[in-house]
Design a protein around this ligand. Structure first.
Ligand SMILES: Cc1ncc(COP(=O)(O)OP(=O)(O)O)c(N)n1
Ligand SMILES: Cc1ncsc1CCOP(=O)(O)O
Ligand SMILES: [Mg+2]
Length: 554
């Protein structure tokens, strides 16, 4: 039986656990650029620390299957290690350092494949089952065969059923399924074949894919694609022209393993691993006569190294108009259920606020939206309307806030054309990158801590992940795009807010901090002192609001 029997692995799931140990099972590359040597560098190197000292880090352990003699030009020899030595490595680690993730790469003969399949099938009942990633290394980038004997039959019949995430490139897809990846339809067909062998999810690496004929941007972009059979996730980046890419596949799968072991949701670990390889390829240099290795530069932090992410290939090509901008720092941002709350807090000097009156029929929502817009004009404040985007446009609200699911139904182009600002919710790296492509006015990052205000399908992100994403968004101007205002939301009380303000975040949104406050006016004063009211509203916007208020006799 494989990990998570009978369940579909969801892209937003955090799949792993308490300890961030990754076992890398594969071959030694004497040239140091690929194999176990690359695995260790990527797994251990993908680490980060925030201003408060919160750390994200993983530990690589290794089970060496094969020793290869290679340099940057060729593989001259290899030796498969005997099964009892593999077994000793396995038992030593199992006794002391059980893994969160097992990342498998080079297996040199059918005996090794069978042995490994048996270990996975008989995983000790008392230990949490690790997530299994298999990078089906078949052919070295130098073109020389890496296996001592053909292993494909054993892989198909015995190993694939234990695999949670398979990471093949196009050559490996062809070798295992017989399908050449020429269009997105072929990705789907190949997945079906893998699924028949028992693989749970597949992450197709686009590096060697070349053209998907029905996807125009695949002309000059690398597109990696993941699926669980129910849905797809894509990461796309401009194709790089470098001759140095030895170890790219190993490093990608190992960075993915490292991210998963550190508690990043699958789709987030996917985007981070993609960025890790992009930054490494940009810095790769040759040391020998042939192609040099991908560089290992630690946690990716530059906007330009991160992919455009999408849930649908059509999203990757879309031309988009940017939404109207709002100030970079939105400051304290209460999210309130009624117009009465809105007015009470505006009187306290709050300048960014949201009306979140959930699930009302349109005829009940409309008068509330109207009043909220008027109050915003009266108090010269940024009033966002949650959910009712059509009403927000009809009554010319300052802004509207939408969730991930809402974006599918809402007409984002129309919102952009209207000049009404748009805030979008996100719950991790992948969603944040996808939402940023829509060019909203701000991005909300949540939920940061556990909250009772709303049932959340995702896991609290914590301060470190918030800090990483806020800093990444703040790095956008270096990449030639405008900085994006950011908002942190979810479970933030006054004490936790002290941690949140140490990040690059421009605003803190809160519900219970006010709706459950003993003394609302005092709370507003203290919060405003800590977070501020945000940047001054743009002069043009202020005068427009004033004119409207005067013409309405306000
Ligand atoms: C500032 C801010 N961030 C996130 C949310 C959540 O919005 P959404 O995901 O649409 O969920 P609901 O609020 O509609 O339940 C928000 N409202 N404001
Ligand atoms: C609406 C919403 N979206 C993400 S978390 C959240 C609720 C935040 O409420 P609180 O500040 O009371 O935890
Ligand atoms: Mg909503």
């Amino acid at each position: 039986m494989s990990w998570l029997p009978h369940t579909v692995i969801q892209p937003y799931q955090v799949l792993t656990p308490k300890r961030a140990i990754v076992w890398a099972i594969g071959g030694s590359d004497s040239s140091g650029g690929a194999g176990i040597q690359a695995d260790i560098q990527a797994i251990n190197g993908l680490r980060d620390k925030d201003a408060l000292g919160n750390q994200t880090v993983a530990q690589a352990c290794t089970i060496v299957t094969t020793v290869t003699a290679q340099n940057s030009e060729s593989v001259s020899d290899l030796m498969a290690l005997p099964i009892d030595l593999l077994e000793q490595q396995w038992l030593q680690l199992l006794a002391d350092m059980p893994p969160a993730v097992i990342k498998i790469s080079l297996l040199a003969n059918p005996q090794q494949v069978e042995w490994l399949a048996e270990q996975l099938a008989n995983w000790p009942a008392g230990l949490p089952r690790p997530l299994v990633i298999y990078d089906p290394v078949a052919i070295a980038s130098t073109g020389d065969a890496l296996t001592a004997e053909p292993i494909l039959d054993a892989v198909k019949q015995q190993l694939l059923r234990h695999v949670d995430v398979l990471t093949p490139n196009a050559q490996e897809v062809l070798a295992i399924t017989g399908i050449a990846l020429l269009s997105s339809h072929d990705l789907q067909r190949a997945f079906e074949v893998f699924r028949q062998h028992g693989v749970k999810t597949v992450l197709f690496k686009g590096g060697h894919t070349g053209l998907l004929m029905d996807v125009p941007i695949s002309d000059d972009h690398v597109i990696d694609a993941w699926t669980n059979g129910d849905c797809w996730r894509y990461c796309a980046s401009p194709q790089l022209t470098t001759e140095h890419g030895h170890g790219t596949g190993c490093s990608f799968a190992s960075a993915l393993a490292s991210g998963l072991a550190q508690g990043y949701a699958l789709e987030d670990a996917f985007a981070i691993a993609h960025a890790y390889v992009q930054q490494g390829l940009k810095a790769a240099v040759g040391q020998g006569k042939g192609p040099g290795p991908v560089a290992h530069l630690g946690w990716p932090k530059r906007w330009q190294d991160f992919p455009q992410t999408a849930n649908d290939l059509a999203e990757l090509d879309a031309e988009r108009q940017a939404c109207a901008p709002c100030e970079l720092r939105l400051g304290l941002y209460p999210v309130v259920p009624t117009v009465e709350w809105l007015e009470r807090l505006l009187k306290c000097g709050i300048k960014t606020i949201q009306l979140r009156a959930k699930d009302l029929p349109e005829d009940q929502a409309e008068p509330l939206v109207k009043q909220a817009v008027l109050l915003g004009q009266q108090y010269q404040a940024r009033v966002f309307i949650n959910d009712y985007w059509q009403l927000a446009l009809k009554h010319n609200a300052y802004g509207v806030h939408l969730g991930q699911e809402d974006v599918t139904d809402a007409d984002v182009e129309k919102i952009a054309r209207s000049g009404v600002r748009l805030g979008l919710s996100t719950h991790g790296y992948f969603e944040m990158l996808r939402a940023a492509a829509l060019q909203p006015s701000y991005l909300a990052i949540g939920h940061i801590f556990a909250t009772t205000t709303k049932d959340m399908p995702s896991t609290p992100q914590g301060v470190l992940k918030l800090s990483q994403q806020a800093s990444l968004l703040a790095s956008r101007d270096i990449a030639g795009v405008e900085k994006m205002p950011t908002v942190a939301i979810g479970g933030i009380d006054f004490e936790r807010a002290q941690q949140v303000v140490t990040t690059d975040i421009g605003s803190i949104a809160v519900v219970r901090a006010f709706t459950e406050a003993d003394n609302v006016e005092l709370a507003a004063e203290q919060w405003l002192k800590l977070v501020g009211a945000g940047d001054e509203l743009g002069a043009l916007h202020q005068s427009m609001m004033l004119q409207e208020t005067q013409s309405q006799g306000g």
